[in-house]
Design a protein around this ligand. Structure first.
Ligand code: IPD
Length: 271
């Protein structure tokens, strides 16, 4: 992992420089939300549906991320989960998820993360995912490999789909969940087992770390997966987007990526 001081390279589009910024911001925002959680939850609101939560700390974390990006990277554009948009002129865009796994955060389950990714000329070139509860920092820049802290990551190499541990996630929309449950019922008998952690960013990092053999979910937003998908790819996983009414994302060990995508498409996972 590169170590340059982010403040020395405000206009660089070098992926290693962008990664340094992503890492420092993910850490700072992660520490803010972790410390905030210890002082109580504050207000909890709902967004797209009554099960889709947003806390005071989601908003505070995004505010910190947007303000720090304005300071460290003036001129870059920003897109955040909680609406923190800023237009820019440099060709670099930051995709930030201030708390991925908000439901876990609310319930005190230590599986949530801050996700920060940088896109240059439309391609994600750097990403950091920080779980402040476990202090695990996952990171990657394009062509530079993936890391957990300083340790290089390599995904798993399962013998077959039938012997694979597969993560997934669900929408907040009840009707879509019914469809996702139908797909899941078709996948479950065909794999070793299923996990639902509750943070897409951490799911993708689990593929990178070989903790999952694969992960799939339809209907995610860019900020949920931009950093994690790069980290999974840099760890050797295959990352596929199957377009559909809801784009299906699959990150998988190379040997099972094709069979898993085929199975999910056959089960109608993009509907
Ligand atoms: C959610 C989590 C969850 C996934 C949902 C996402 P949020 O993000 O990543 O694991 O299944 O689709 O919306 O709402 O916690 O930022």
């Amino acid at each position: 992992m590169a170590t340059a001081d982010p403040s020395t390279a405000p206009r660089s589009t070098d992926p290693a420089d962008l990664l340094d910024v992503a890492v420092s911001l993910a850490r700072a925002a992660g520490e803010l939300v972790r410390d905030g959680r210890r002082q109580g939850l504050g207000d909890i609101d709902t967004k797209s549906t009554p099960t889709d939560l947003v806390t005071t700390m989601d908003t505070a974390s995004e505010r910190l991320l947007v303000a720090e990006l304005a300071r460290l990277r003036p001129g870059d554009s920003v897109m955040g989960e909680e609406g923190g948009e800023r237009a820019g002129s440099t060709g670099v865009r930051w995709l930030v998820d201030p708390i991925d796994g908000t439901v876990n955060y609310v319930y005190g389950i230590p599986e949530y993360a801050v996700s920060v990714a940088a896109e240059a000329a439309g391609e994600v070139v750097a990403g950091a995912v920080f779980n402040p509860e476990s202090a695990e920092l996952f990171s990657a820049h394009l062509g530079g490999g993936a890391f957990l802290g300083d340790r290089p990551l390599r995904g798993s190499d399962p013998a077959s789909l039938a012997l694979s541990l597969v993560g997934t996630g669900f929408s907040y929309d009840a009707r879509r969940r019914a469809d996702q449950a139908r797909v899941l019922a078709g996948v479950l008998p065909r794999v070793r087992d299923i996990r639902r952690i509750g943070s897409a960013a951490l799911d993708l990092c689990a593929v990178a770390a070989g903790r999952f053999d694969a992960y799939y979910e339809a209907g995610l937003h860019l900020w949920d997966y931009a950093a994690g998908a790069l980290i999974a790819r840099e760890a050797g996983a295959v990352f596929t987007v199957v377009p559909g009414a809801h784009d299906l994302l699959v990150a998988a060990a190379p040997a099972i990526a094709g069979p898993l995508v085929d199975l999910l498409v056959e089960l109608g996972a993009t509907a």
